[in-house]
Design a protein around this ligand. Structure first.
Ligand SMILES: Cc1cc2nc3c(=O)[nH]c(=O)nc-3n(C[C@H](O)[C@H](O)[C@H](O)COP(=O)(O)OP(=O)(O)OC[C@H]3O[C@@H](n4cnc5c(N)ncnc54)[C@H](O)[C@@H]3O)c2cc1C
Ligand SMILES: NC(=O)c1ccc[n+]([C@@H]2O[C@H](COP(=O)([O-])OP(=O)(O)OC[C@H]3O[C@@H](n4cnc5c(N)ncnc54)[C@H](OP(=O)(O)O)[C@@H]3O)[C@@H](O)[C@H]2O)c1
Length: 481
């Protein structure tokens, strides 16, 4: 299950190795196998020489690869150019480009004829799955990582006995509850976001009629099996809320939808070209170099590129739906802008919401068959996973990563911990997106290849290409399989 230039068995041991009962130490173990770690897998494969004795693998809790599968809605499109795929910005000559995917699927000319930079999310998911299929032997699917713990050199054989933190123990749990422990010198945590649930709905967590946008398709289908879904409230006014509103509108059954937004209007995402430069890799250097208060101010200034904003064409589509209601006099949907749900109760038959207008507090009681929380994501999962390492983290920095995405560890620690997708405060708004995946993967790979005294790493280092953005196309020749 683990990729290496030399073959390893499912438990990571080399063929013929005596089973000591202690799992071998991997050079790198990635937690989560979404686009971030997939880009890293590709970078490692392309940057490592073919026979490099560098063993890496990934652990993914889902049973197979899918990219935000519960939001793969008909007509939903990418919010980023296909050229910001897993590799192009690092190595446009890679075989894992979106363009080569189109070529292999025999759709390149047809795609060109669509004259778009923004494929459907369905197609981009197919592209990512096509890449992931080539790395199936690197990923353990269907296991959720539950802890990352220190293994000190003095505490375990094979680490030299100097008491330093040389290796990390990663414990994962399979669907049947079975626990597996793996050991690695470097761990890359790329676990994405967790649903952000408003306080009003916390007591209803897990209720079949109240669910987050990240579970939208599955939960709606399950609910539909127990009876018709006629009235729905969608909470939030970001891209997820807008897409779900239009998806519900387009479904059979004349579903009535209330879109409940704290903001007084649906606001457009700023994707204009000068502003879009904040998603360039070079901008990370700039933001990272600023003082914390300055970074905060910049993130807030450009928040409307990403958070609580909607693509303009979707805003126009929603406006058109509401306008046609006025023309026909048949009112199915409402946009409750400037409102918030202050109280919620649910039973087997429905959900009752107390919805208040934010300016004057005027409120209304409404009953729905379902409430969908399109209320965004939190990015703190890494903190609980890495909690057992707290004593080894640099006191001043805690979970704040360095420019190369590595957590600063106490002096003497040889093990490396890297973060992807939870460094927005220091690395900028591109951190949670696809924008810099390819370049970030290269930066992390270069940092890992220079980290610690991994077995045979000297060879790898000698053969590793220069880090960062200087000569991207050389990567292709450095070890592409
Ligand atoms: C609906 C939707 C559409 C989006 N569209 C775009 C877009 O068009 N353009 C763009 O730039 N960004 C988009 N984004 C932002 C999104 O964050 C990125 O596209 C991308 O998914 C980030 O990749 P990632 O690998 O960091 O995180 P994720 O894609 O979230 O992947 C994290 C993976 O880790 C796994 N995982 C989590 N916890 C564990 C654990 N404990 N053990 C094992 N595995 C675990 C998860 O199952 C998941 O597969 C979108 C987000 C959403 C929600
Ligand atoms: N097709 C696509 O490519 C696609 C589709 C969906 C999502 N995405 C991406 O996914 C990311 C997340 O988007 P998202 O729409 O899921 O989340 P989001 O942009 O963070 O929006 C969350 C919404 O929920 C509201 N909200 C949060 N807490 C609330 C509370 N306690 N009570 C009431 N409302 C609350 C916010 O309102 P306030 O402003 O009042 O806090 C905001 O309107 C973005 O990067 C987005 O671009 C992309």
């Amino acid at each position: 299950m683990l990729y290496s230039a030399s073959t390893v068995a499912a438990n990571g041991a080399r063929p013929g190795a005596v089973d000591t009962g202690v799992p071998p130490v991997l050079d790198l173990l990635g937690i989560g196998f979404g686009p971030s770690n997939l880009a890293l897998a590709v970078a490692l494969r392309e940057m490592l020489p073919r026979q490099a004795p560098f063993r890496f693998g990934f652990i993914e809790k889902k049973p197979g690869f899918v990219w935000h599968g519960n939001m793969l809605l008909d007509n939903s499109r990418m919010q980023i150019s296909f050229l910001k795929d897993l590799v192009t910005m690092r190595n446009p000559a890679s075989r894992y480009t979106f363009i080569n995917y189109l070529h292999e699927r025999e759709r390149l000319l047809d795609f060109i004829n669509t004259r778009t930079f923004y494929p459907s999310r369905y197609e981009f998911n197919d592209y990512l799955s096509w890449v992931a299929a080539d790395f199936a032997d690197t990923c353990h699917y269907g296991e959720e990582v539950v802890a990352v713990e220190p293994e000190t050199a003095g505490a375990n054989r094979g680490n030299g006995g100097n008491g330093a933190l040389a290796c990390l123990r990663v414990t994962s749990r399979a669907a049947d509850g079975a626990l597996t422990v793996r050991r690695a010198r470097n761990v890359v945590v790329s676990v994405g976001g967790a649903p952000s649930i408003p306080d009003t709905f916390v007591p209803l967590r897990g209720h079949a009629r109240v669910f987050h946008s990240s579970n939208y398709l599955e939960s709606l289908e399950r609910l539909g099996q127990s009876g018709p879904v006629r009235r729905v409230a969608v909470i939030g006014s970001g891209q997820s809320a807008a897409e779900i509103f239009l998806d519900l509108h387009g479904r059979e059954g004349n579903i009535e939808v209330d879109l409940v937004s704290r903001a007084p209007a649906l606001k457009p995402a700023d994707d204009s070209p000068f502003v879009n430069e904040i998603f360039n890799p070079r901008y990370i250097d700039y933001l990272f170099s600023r003082a914390p208060n300055e970074r905060e101010q910049l993130l807030s200034e450009f928040g409307n590129t990403n958070y609580a904003v909607v693509d303009t064409d979707l805003i126009e589509a929603i406006y058109e739906v509401l306008y046609q209601q006025k023309v026909t006099g048949k009112v199915r949907h409402r946009l409750l802008a400037g409102y918030e749900a202050r109280h919620a109760e649910a039973d087997a038959d429905g959900v009752r919401l107390d919805i208040a207008r934010r300016d004057d507090g005027a409120h209304q009681l409404q009953r729905y068959d379902a409430v969908i929380l399109a209320t965004g994501y939190r990015r703190e999962l890494h903190q609980s996973l890495l909690a057992p390492l707290a004593a080894y983290l640099d006191d001043a920095k805690g979970f704040q990563a360095d420019r190369d995405y590595r957590l600063q560890m106490a002096p003497g620690c040889q093990a490396g911990v890297f973060l992807q997708g939870c460094c927005e405060a220091t690395h900028g708004l591109s951190d949670t997106l696809l924008s810099v995946l390819a370049v970030r993967a290269q930066e992390i790979a270069a940092a890992v290849l220079g980290n610690g005294e991994s077995q045979g790493l000297a060879n790898v280092r000698a053969a590793a290409p220069e880090p960062a953005r200087s000569r991207p196309s050389r990567m292709a020749h450095a070890g592409t399989h």
